[in-house]
Design a protein around this ligand. Structure first.
Ligand code: NAP
Ligand code: MG
Length: 493
């Protein structure tokens, strides 16, 4: 408990959360190939840490070339039988996976939070339920592909290399694996280096439900493992979620190879708030839009455009709301912001904050919480007096840092929002429905939320324009990258 003499509120004023004791973690986490957990031929391992304590959680296998070859060969060998299996049978596996995720949800949520640093209330209420929902949703499509693509004779693409980032580890795995399997493809998944544990636990579920060996294989490792996987000759499709920088590399590498490619990349999304909006509600949306998952969200509303007449009111309310956010132990269910995922990401975020100050923007960092001495932490903050040319207004920060700018007319709001190489998401806050439709039409963004932000659903397609990538995940549109149309002869065999 706090004492009177302490000037500020420590993050740990509640009793320590005991959840971490409920999950056991293998000390050596092997690769998942051909339905079995196997030691890496590379004989190489790396540590994964808990970013809120800096303590090592476990060793993870680092897949080298021979391991990637074995995983792709296993996916290739499983393809003919899996792709010809009755679609209703494929659906049964997906339903079973979804149900097992639900049954083991608490364990997954705790593990996700320990490995990645996100608050337990997010992993428990968002990541894990949505991962299960994606398997349920695509189970429903597995035997209805001819209705999704009427008369077009959909057939599988083949072996899919699926590479995912660290911000939503299990959810991104579900986004990739569920539609691929529903359409009759097989997969080799490469989780991010800092967050492999929940993907490997998902592999336990594949064993539990009796998914045929080789249908999904998991190769853990760093960027090099991802590169080896994407460039493998037997891979028919690459599905990538991550940075625009690596996305561009993959575009170059896959060009001319005949491999299909989808990219879900970065963002610098605009949240636009008009004077006629419900301001309190909008401030809640702005806060969840940028500070959700410590700002480790590709579609984070990291640029806030405020109609000039309400700037003072919005800034005042934002400061107040910020001061009530709890930063600290991610396993504590009262925590709003957990740990930054890694030391290197924390350095990147701090570098952007320093750039914002240096270039002349004004920093507001109002939270009163003392940060723990161990772990990677960043208090939520925002900048005012931001110019569009400032680095913090242009580049993706991927941390809890908001840039506040103003506009006078709807046209100015639209042109400033669109003034970005990215085009992932946007938010519009106004009382007027007609304004919403008019503005949404003109924004270059794949996802547009109106009077809300960061709401996700398996039935709703997600993806960007411009340097935010191409292809959609989720919804009926999310099936398209995993089928070939009208081309049974081209079918991978
Ligand atoms: P990243 O460095 O691009 O990594 C993404 C994945 O690619 C990781 O598994 C990474 O392995 C792997 N990788 C790294 N270099 C590679 C290479 N040369 N070839 C193949 N794979 C390679 O991105 P990140 O820092 O993990 O994630 C943050 C970025 O992802 C942000 O820009 C964010 O906006 C974006 N993101 C986008 C979406 C979306 O849906 N649009 C969703 C989430 C995140 P290692 O982890 O071992 O480096
Ligand atoms: Mg970790």
């Amino acid at each position: 408990m706090t004492t009177q003499s302490q000037p500020d509120v420590p993050s740990w004023e509640y009793s320590p959360a005991l959840d971490s004791t409920k999950v056991t973690i293998e000390q050596k986490n092997k690769l998942f190939i051909g339905g079995k957990f196997i030691s890496p031929k590379s004989r190489s391992w790396f540590a994964t840490v808990n970013p809120s304590t800096e303590k090592k959680l476990a060793d993870i296998a680092c897949a080298g070339k021979a391991d990637v070859n074995a995983a792709v060969a296993s996916a290739k060998a499983a393809l003919p039988k899996w792709s010809r299996l009755r679609s209703t049978e494929r659906a049964k596996y997906l339903y079973a996976i979804a149900r097992r995720i639900q049954e083991r949800a608490r364990e997954f949520a705790i593990l996700e939070t320990m490995d990645g640093g996100k608050p337990i209330k997010e992993s428990r209420d968002v990541d894990i339920p949505l991962a299960a929902q994606h398997f349920f949703y695509y189970a429903g499509w597995a035997d209805k592909l001819e209705y999704a693509f009427p008369g077009a004779n959909p057939s599988p693409v083949g072996v899919c290399a699926q590479i995912i980032p660290w911000n939503f580890p299990l959810l991104m795995a579900a986004w990739k694996i569920a539609p691929a399997l529903a359409c009759g493809n097989t997969s080799v998944l490469k989780p991010a280096e800092t967050t492999s544990l929940t993907a490997l636990r998902l592999a336990e579920i594949f064993q539990e439900v009796g998914l045929p060996p080789g249908v999904v294989n998991i190769v853990t490792g760093a960027g090099d493992t991802g590169r080896l996987l994407a460039e493998h000759k037997l891979v028919n499709k690459v599905a990538f979620t991550g940075s625009t920088q690596v996305g561009k590399l993959l575009m170059r590498e896959t060009a001319g190879t005949g491999k299909k490619l989808t990219l879900e990349l970065g963002g610098k999304s605009a949240n636009i708030i008009f004077a006629d909006a419900a301001i309190d509600q909008a401030v809640e949306g702005i806060v969840s839009g940028i500070y959700f998952n410590q700002g480790h969200v590709c579609c984070a509303g990291s640029r806030l455009f405020v109609e000039e007449s309400i700037l003072d009111e919005v800034v005042h309310k934002l400061k107040h709301r910020l001061s009530t956010l709890r930063v600290g132990d991610p396993l504590d269910k009262n925590t709003d912001l957990g740990a930054i995922n890694s030391k290197s990401q924390l350095d990147i975020v701090n570098g952007y904050i320093a750039a914002g100050i240096k270039e002349g923007a004004q920093l507001h960092k109002t939270t009163k919480h003392r940060l723990p001495s161990k772990g990677y932490w960043c208090n939520p903050c925002f900048f005012t007096d931001v110019q569009p040319s400032h680095t913090i207004a242009r580049e993706e920060i991927f941390g809890p840092v908001l840039s506040v700018m103003t506009f006078r007319t709807p046209e100015e709001a639209i042109s400033r929002a669109n003034n970005s190489p990215y085009g992932l998401a946007a938010g519009i806050w106004t009382d007027k429905g007609s304004k919403i439709f008019e503005i949404a039409k003109k924004l270059d963004a794949g996802i547009i939320w109106c009077n809300t932000y960061n709401k996700f659903d398996a039935a709703s397609p997600f993806g960007g324009f411009k340097e935010s990538g191409f292809g959609r995940e989720g919804g009926m549109q999310g099936l398209r990258p995993y089928v070939q149309l009208g081309a049974t002869l081209e079918r991978a065999n």
